[in-house]
Design a binder for this molecule. Structure first.
Ligand code: SF4
Length: 119
């Protein structure tokens, strides 16, 4: 994966917080990010899965996926991609292996989609 980008530095002033609650250090495209998050939440529901409850992980995976979407027009998986992107080889989310990975490990390779716990 690429390194964190656009992370604002906190200078510790009285009324300053390091991160806005809705900010994502992995992408500057907030509107695209929200749409992609909604799409993935819908996809998870349709397939009786859940999105990782760890919001930092979701922000990273979907933030980088958002960057891929903006640059290429497709939802290339940031955990399995080439650097630079190789559209002929890289996989689009959900990738062909996701169900197999979830059945084996309880989550996909990126740890974006998880199986539901029976309780
Ligand atoms: S590993 Fe997860 S996030 Fe990556 S493409 Fe597959 S399903 Fe999507």
């Amino acid at each position: 994966m690429r390194t964190k980008r656009n992370q604002k530095k906190c200078h510790g002033t009285k009324n300053h917080s390091c991160k806005e609650p809705e900010s994502n250090p992995w992408t500057t495209h907030a509107a695209h990010y929200r749409k992609i998050l909604q799409k993935m939440q819908k996809l998870a529901t349709t397939h009786k899965l859940i999105i990782n409850p760890d919001n930092e992980r979701v922000q990273k995976v979907l933030g980088l996926m958002t960057e891929n979407m903006v640059s290429s027009g497709k939802l290339f998986c940031p955990c399995k991609q080439s650097h630079p992107l190789n559209p002929a080889k890289d996989v689009i989310c959900p990738c062909p292996a996701w169900k197999k990975e979830i059945a084996k490990d309880g989550h996909c390779f990126c740890r974006l989609f998880f199986e539901r716990q029976n309780n």
